[in-house]
Design a protein around this ligand. Sequence first.
Ligand SMILES: NC(=O)C1=CN([C@@H]2O[C@H](COP(=O)(O)OP(=O)(O)OC[C@H]3O[C@@H](n4cnc5c(N)ncnc54)[C@H](O)[C@@H]3O)[C@@H](O)[C@H]2O)C=CC1
Ligand SMILES: O=C(O)[C@@H]1CCC=N1
Length: 280
Amino acid sequence: MIRRKLCFYGAGSMAEAIVRGLISAGLAEPADIVMFNRANAARLNELRDRYSVRIAADDKAREQALREADVIFLCMKPKDAADALRRLSPVLRDGQLLISVIAGLSIAAIEQLIGRRLPIARTMPNTSSTIGLGATGISFNDAASDAQRELVLNMFRAIGIARVVDESLINAVTAVSGSGPAYLYYMMEAMIDTAVSLGLAEDTARALTVQTVLGAARMVLETGEEPAELRRKVTSPGGTTQAAIETFERLDFRGAVGQAMRRAAERAGEMGAELERSIT
Ligand SMILES: NC(=O)C1=CN([C@@H]2O[C@H](COP(=O)(O)OP(=O)(O)OC[C@H]3O[C@@H](n4cnc5c(N)ncnc54)[C@H](O)[C@@H]3O)[C@@H](O)[C@H]2O)C=CC1
Ligand SMILES: O=C(O)[C@@H]1CCC=N1
């Protein structure tokens, strides 16, 4: 249990995933968590009722929550970040730690927007943190002490796995694990639709698809075997799997995955550049 006051600036999907993960892991007390958003009281009430966290519903309460926080999570969309960070700047004080989850926004841009030197962790988590199965990449600025680095790592390790990476690689992490759950959901949508078109009932199609994805991921983790080797064991020569994989190859499935992931990384860079242009 970490007895730090945590403030979530932005209360959308990613903030909720982290909050739920930290509370379920027993790492944070709901009473130590304050959440607020721009202007959606119904959403805040829902979060308070669901997790027993505190909420800050007006400007005065928001400012107080920010002033009192030991750790401030920056959880707004990139397009809202410049304005939100400028507003944050006057209430910050020494000793506070900032944790950003914002795609594309560099540590240098955060420092410039807040106009002072504070410890900053730039992270790229994912929504599977909700159930303790997140995958997070983290970079720190030089102001972050060893104890602060340890605190951030402990938090993200409580809700999944976490790796420290050079900041130049955070956009790559975004393309792999930040956006990654959506690629697999997309694959699952396609598998379920096809299963139904092959005649299976919707609930059977869904159950078989989900269990197949879960089983495949756990096989990689628990056997320690490479995905290529596990694939080989499924693929009987001249059989059904070979017929399917040859179809994927003909359609350049690997190429499509590669292009999509490179485009995601590139988009993170573009978002960062757009943000930087909006600052200067
Ligand atoms: N959704 C995901 O899978 C992931 C998202 N991220 C990053 O997390 C950040 C948030 O994404 P989501 O949670 O999906 O977005 P979201 O749209 O669900 O939530 C954004 C929140 O920020 C609040 N907000 C915006 N401007 C504000 C302001 N000036 N003051 C107070 N609150 C403000 C909104 O009211 C909302 O509660 C983004 O920067 C995204 O790049 C990172 C990894 C994964
Ligand atoms: O789509 C996005 O921009 C965010 C960042 C990674 C996942 N969602």
